[in-house]
Design a protein around this ligand. Structure first.
Ligand SMILES: Cc1cc2nc3c(=O)[nH]c(=O)nc-3n(C[C@H](O)[C@H](O)[C@H](O)COP(=O)(O)OP(=O)(O)OC[C@H]3O[C@@H](n4cnc5c(N)ncnc54)[C@H](O)[C@@H]3O)c2cc1C
Ligand code: FES
Ligand code: FES
Length: 473
């Protein structure tokens, strides 16, 4: 049985198929049609809802999520708010009123999603006692996953700046929900032991963490997912364990929870993370899901390869560790054996003087998959030479991959113009990229040369060597 509260009202539902989305639960089963479906793929934000979870302080914290790709069963025990739940009688919620006052809605299709994204921001700021308007970066990050095709963002941003000036009704504090076990094809183990048992008993079931890749197989490719094993209720997988020389990141840690660690220790990785999907995606998706998905254009594998990350795999046969370089075995294939899952990822701490650089090239700044990615880790010695160089690329081959020739062209060398030219040639030996919808082969090689020139600038402050022409590579 799935139990949740929607806009303060409790609902218990039986016999929902495992792959039911939160959007079809809301619109089809609960008649809450204010939440819209635009793309069914997490891209447009029209389906954004607010999910409340109770924290130790007793407060409800809300985060935004894309209902179209969220498995309904992951809402078990949650407090869900949709646009219908915000007004009090005749009075609109301040977010809605600000959008009216500032003409922030035209056709209105995107509006329920924009309202819910801004509601999460407004609720969080009021909870923390923040009085002034949010700054532009915060507004942009909040709305990075909400597309509006007709109003334009000027009016919507004006509303976001004004919402704090309006009085906020006290939001209902819904009663706690019982934690009942769920039946059917949606398995929700609560510890590793139960997970391994279920994996053994149901070898055909698919693992699901945030669902931000997996659910698209259902919503876009229309593939049924009759048996799912959910990792999101396993407390043991939500740990970040600090060690002397790095951190084990559990497979259930979302990007949102990982962000502060990256900001403190890997600023380039953190900057990249801010461009991975949208806030709605980062609230639910995991690093482990990005790796297990094994897409050649996933953002994090090149960074983890440049860092020299290790992976912990677990299953009925026990735990084992693997360097990330050995994890991807082919296009969308990994070293995970049947009945095994990815348990945790080890991020080694950067040593003194070591720098990590990472950039993605995509058509849009926000909420877009990369055409190519470059990640590079190196230390520059007192003599100006690069040491311990690791270079990895995405979008250049069937898997993310180390660029061994480029590493050899850089290792032990002063990063001057000639070394840059050699590294660009070496990258063309490392990879023979394909033409596809995201970029042509030539574009990919040229972009990579540009990223290497940027790396030189970052590591040496020299920008006199401009990227090479394709003929020169
Ligand atoms: C709108 C949108 C924008 C996106 N933008 C980006 C982007 O900019 N960059 C990017 O790289 N990706 C992007 N993605 C893809 C996706 O968000 C990421 O790959 C994310 O990290 C997947 O994590 P998840 O927890 O949601 O994985 P899920 O969807 O839950 O799982 C993905 C796959 O991994 C398997 N799996 C999950 N966890 C484990 C585990 N612990 N062990 C074994 N197998 C496991 C699942 O069975 C499934 O096959 C985007 C997706 C959407 C919908
Ligand atoms: S319908 Fe577009 S993000 Fe969900
Ligand atoms: S108001 Fe029409 S898409 Fe935003």
């Amino acid at each position: 049985m799935l139990t949740l509260t929607l806009n303060g009202q409790r609902h218990c539902l039986n016999h929902l198929p495992a792959d039911t989305t939160a959007l079809s639960l809301l619109r089809g089963h609960l008649g809450a049609c204010g939440t819209k479906e635009g793309c069914a793929s997490g891209d447009c934000g029209a389906c954004t809802i607010a999910i409340g979870t109770r924290h130790d302080s007793g407060d409800l914290h809300y985060h935004s999520a894309n209902a179209c790709i969220l498995p309904a069963h992951q809402l078990h025990g949650c407090h869900v708010l949709t646009v219908e739940g915000l007004p009090r009688g005749e009075h609109l919620h301040p977010v809605q009123q600000a959008l009216v006052d500032h003409h922030g809605s035209q056709c209105g299709f995107c509006t329920p999603g924009i309202v819910m994204s801004l509601f999460c921001l407004d609720h969080d700021r009021r909870r923390r006692g923040m009085n002034g308007p949010p700054d532009d970066d915060t507004i942009d990050a909040t709305l990075g996953g909400n597309l509006c095709r007709c109003t334009g963002y000027r009016a919507i941003r004006d509303a976001a700046r004004a919402m704090h000036t309006l009085p906020c009704p006290v939001m209902d504090d819904p009663a706690e929900l019982p934690e009942t076990a769920m039946a059917g094809g949606f398995h929700r183990p609560e510890n590793r032991h139960a997970l391994i048992e279920i994996l053994t008993q149901h070898p055909q079931a698919r693992l699901i963490a945030g669902g931000t890749d997996l659910m698209l197989e259902h919503t876009l490719a229309l593939k049924p997912l009759p048996e799912l094993i959910d990792l999101s209720a396993i407390g043991e997988l939500r740990h970040i364990d600090e060690q002397a020389d790095g951190w084990w990141i559990g497979a259930g840690v979302t990007y949102h929870r990982l962000a502060p660690l990256l900001a403190d220790h890997y600023p380039a990785f953190h900057a990249l993370l801010e461009r991975l999907g949208s806030l709605q995606i980062r609230y639910r998706a995991t690093l482990a899901g990005n790796l297990a998905n094994a897409s050649p254009i996933g953002d994090t594998p090149p960074v983890l390869m440049a860092l020299g990350a290790r992976l912990r795999l677990n299953g009925a046969q026990g735990m084992r560790e693997l360097p990330i370089d050995d994890f991807f075995t082919g296009y969308r294939c990994t070293a995970l054996a049947e009945g095994e899952y990815l348990d945790a990822i080890y991020l080694p701490r950067l040593r003194d003087g070591e720098q990590l650089l990472a950039w993605k090239v995509s058509k849009r700044r926000d909420d877009d998959i990369s055409a190519v990615m470059l990640a590079l880790r190196a230390v520059t010695g007192h003599d100006g030479r690069l040491n311990n160089v690791r270079v990895a690329c995405g979008g250049m081959a069937a898997t993310s991959q180390r660029a061994r020739h480029a590493e050899a062209a850089l290792e032990g060398r002063v990063f001057d113009g000639d070394v840059l030219a050699n590294a660009c040639k070496a990258i063309a030996e490392d990879f023979s990229p394909i033409d596809d919808v995201r970029a042509s082969r030539d574009y990919r090689l040229a972009a990579m040369a540009g990223l290497l020139a940027r790396a030189r600038y970052r590591l040496t402050s020299r920008h006199d060597a401009i990227p090479m022409t394709l003929e020169e590579i």
